[in-house]
Design a protein around this ligand. Structure first.
Ligand SMILES: [Zn+2]
Length: 75
């Protein structure tokens, strides 16, 4: 499937990648950008988990984000 890569904007063969915090958000990346974008997504996901593993910070999260937090931990 030829589309513009969401990162380098090159029109080429792209692969779908779901956003770490919203599975319904799918972006497309070329084979050159995909590994790097995946790494960044993974890092953001881990930072989110680490930051809110503190019960006080966790209590600040809106309901929807609390659900997301639990969902990520279950994966
Ligand atoms: Zn690209």
């Amino acid at each position: 499937m030829d589309k513009n890569c969401n990162y380098c904007i090159k029109k080429t063969e792209v692969y779908p990648l779901a956003s770490w915090n919203n599975k319904e958000v799918i972006r497309y990346y070329c084979i050159n950008c995909l590994p790097m974008v995946k790494k960044v997504e993974e890092k953001e996901r881990q930072q989110f988990i680490m930051y809110y593993s503190d019960p006080t910070r966790y209590s600040w999260l809106p309901e929807k984000s609390k659900e997301l937090y639990k969902e990520i931990l279950d994966q």
